[in-house]
Ligand binder design. Sequence first.
Ligand code: SF4
Length: 400
Amino acid sequence: MAKTKVYFGSIQQGRDALFASLGAKMDKIIEKLDFSTIEEKDKVAIKMHLGFQDGYQTVPVFFVRRVVKAVKEAGGWPFITDNPTSVYNAADRGYTAETCGCPIIPVAGVKDGYTKSVKVDFANVEDLDLGGVMHDADALIDLTHAKGHGACCYGGAIKNLALGAYSGPSRWQKIHGVIYAVPFWDADKCTPEHAEKLVKSCPYNALRYDKEKHKMGFVMFNCRNSLCMECLKVDKDVGSFQVLPETFSSFQEMMAVATKQVLDTFDKNKCFYLNFALQITPHCDCMGLCQPIIVPEIGLIASHDIVAVDMATLDLIAQEGLIEQAIPPYFKHTNLDPKAKLHPFQRIWGEMKDPYLVIDYAEKYGLGKRDYELVEVLSPEKTGKMKPPKHVYEQQPSFY
Ligand code: SF4
């Protein structure tokens, strides 16, 4: 069977010329993706994460404008969508209707209550509230900043929809809450005093104990699992607590399930996926922070297949590896042993947060295929052989 084409535009360039720069590669990739399936007046949702507070390391407006322009040229009516808070303060990070070239609309309305219930029946999740604005759209451009993520180690095209297309309560309580379907704590074995010891043992504040209810909460996002395991040392003689791979994999499977519900509302031929593997940070964009860049700049990766685009992005990140000196000191445990067969994100987030798991589950639910053929556009080899034009410097107001 033919492999899915994944188009790649590298940050590297064969010449210091516009035709070799990322803007030109973006245009070439859009041409290859071919927006001609977008019909006249189709409402085209461009799903982005617009960041929070100081978290400006998202997809640059420069590229957003190019996507918006191409959608308009294809006859579509584009709009950008994300959660209401990110939309409301998007201007702080440079995203406005004027700068992007199209309206910016909250995915589930201004009060996060315009939703469409979708049946899920997975683990402890019966249904989810899909953003009504996403549901109303005729075509989808999943425009994603590829980066690390506390809950699942990698945030890419799948995660951008799995969480970002839903209302806040579905996102935070139901999708993140799926981990509670896997028992990890035995309340009968654990006294309140021991529970407090467990909480204290965790260097990452991943355990929250409610004494009144005698309930243990687990903040999967913070847990470094295989790299740490301090809690298990304290629990050795009690045996009330477990750090289980199933806890982490349940979230990865939930993401595939939630993404399927989003994609099922669209014509497959009207879905496009673009990952920006630039400014790759350890945490996700929800953190609202400016963060160190921990992987060398890679470029743009795009496909018609959501699984292939994330697979290729993960592989390219693995190829580059971590910029070790850039890893923030609050990642107290990291595994930098070159012999350890770990993805760069697993080296900082722990082995149980396996970024390829979501690929397995997405394939299982029929979202796409992991086998891809990487097609590089305007490669440095190619642009290096192209004739350079006369470079024009801005010496006077020329408005070229
Ligand atoms: S393994 Fe996770 S929960 Fe246990 S101490 Fe480490 S970070 Fe905390």
